[in-house]
Design a protein around this ligand. Structure first.
Ligand SMILES: *Cc1c(COP(=O)(O)O)cnc(C)c1O
Length: 366
């Protein structure tokens, strides 16, 4: 394999157990976006083995893929626009989230067709102004009450906008708003069993917000929700599960003063050995990390030199490198450069770095 994503399932196991030491709440493992690039089904199975009791995905097709793999644990799909195949979702016992009266009606319509009572979660917008019921709230509740025989209310939930800023009073505002809305739900005579609010950051920093279940994403993958405010993976006793490796295609000696790559954006300051690595932006390496991030070869850092190309990039191995063509370098992982380093180098976050590693890079599991 010229490039590979190695996923350490033992790290996933460790990370879930680490988080379980911080909370008594049930754990929903967030496996959307191909499990943040780690692979939907293997991660979902490991998460359930390691103590998660629920799975969460954004899209219905992700939930279908879990069911197709024989996974029977509770699954919520929380981002289902109008027009999705809700009847199939109900037949496959997939919990749905509703955040508007029109979507609610559409799901109840699908329920009539399929003859299956939907298991629903109400999403409330408590401040993020992304998903969730906001201005419709009282009409939504009236509708929910009127049609309460037609569905099972499993959960009520919301999402933090700034959980990675634990000192922000905005979190308190959202929690207070959530409590008020929960009181409204109860006043309407509805009794959700699973209240869920916290993502990884809130699970790590805010025990008061854990409720019945936490939705664990990035921390399960061994990465920090925000290295600046919450510390690194290591600080949080998490182990990054993803290691990305690629082969050296060529090693060549180049001279001081020579320009490397498209646009000649890097000029060699010394005579050096260059390594041409068989991985580029088509594989998900951000081009914006050009000249900033780097790779690890034999425990030695080799910085990117010149621009990241579509299928390859060039690193400065150093004049006395013994690297040979065909050997692997580590692009990022628990040692050397991290997903955080690549994120910082390209103006993004570790979430995006792992998630964007392209499907053409095979995943292997250890
Ligand atoms: C992605 C997502 C999460 C997980 O967030 P992390 O920061 O990765 O823990 C939780 N809840 C919802 C609704 C999400 O979309």
């Amino acid at each position: 394999m010229r490039a590979v994503v190695e996923v350490n399932l033992k790290a996933i196991d460790h990370n879930i157990k680490q988080i379980k030491s911080l909370t008594k709440s049930e754990i929903l493992a967030v496996v959307k976006a191909d499990a943040y690039g780690h692979g939907l089904v293997p991660v979902a199975k490991q998460a359930l083995t390691s103590g998660a009791s629920w799975l969460g995905v954004a899209l219905l097709e992700e939930a279908f893929a879990l069911r197709a793999a024989g996974i029977t644990a509770p699954v919520i799909a929380w981002l289902t626009p109008s027009g999705e195949d809700f009847a199939s979702a109900l037949k496959q016992h997939i919990d749905l989230s509703v955040s508007s009266i029109s979507l609610f009606e559409e799901v109840l319509g699908a329920a009539k067709v399929s003859g299956i009572k939907p298991r629903l979660h109400f999403e409330i917008d408590t401040g993020m102004r992304r998903g969730g019921v906001l201005d419709e709230w009282s009409d939504f509740l009236a509708f929910a009450k009127e049609r309460s025989q037609e569905y099972e209310l499993v959960g009520v939930w919301s999402h933090f906008a700034r959980a990675d800023e634990p000192d922000s009073t905005f979190n308190v505002e959202q929690e207070n708003n959530f409590e008020l809305k929960l009181a409204d739900v109860k006043l309407a005579g509805l009794n959700p069993k699973i209240i869920h609010l916290s993502n990884s950051a809130a699970t790590i920093t805010n025990p008061a917000a854990h409720h019945v279940m936490v939705r664990l994403g990035i921390a399960m993958y061994g990465l920090s929700p925000d290295v600046n405010t919450l510390g690194t993976s290591q600080d949080l006793h998490l182990i990054p599960a993803m290691t990305v490796k690629a082969k050296i295609h060529l090693v060549k000696s180049a001279k001081k003063g020579e320009a490397v790559g498209y646009g000649g954006t890097a000029i060699l300051g010394e005579d050096s050995k260059l390594g041409v690595i068989v991985m580029g932006y088509a594989d998900g390496l951000p081009r914006s990390a050009s000249n900033i991030a780097g790779v690890l070869h034999n425990s030695k850092k080799a910085p990117l030199i010149g621009r990241v190309s579509m299928d390859q990039c060039v690193v400065d191995l150093g004049a006395d490198s013994t690297a040979k063509a065909g050997e692997y370098v580590t692009i990022f992982g628990p040692d050397g450069y991290s997903a955080d380093d690549w994120g910082k180098a390209s103006g993004t976050i570790n979430y995006e770095i792992t998630t964007r590693i392209a499907a053409r890079v095979p995943r292997i599991y250890t």
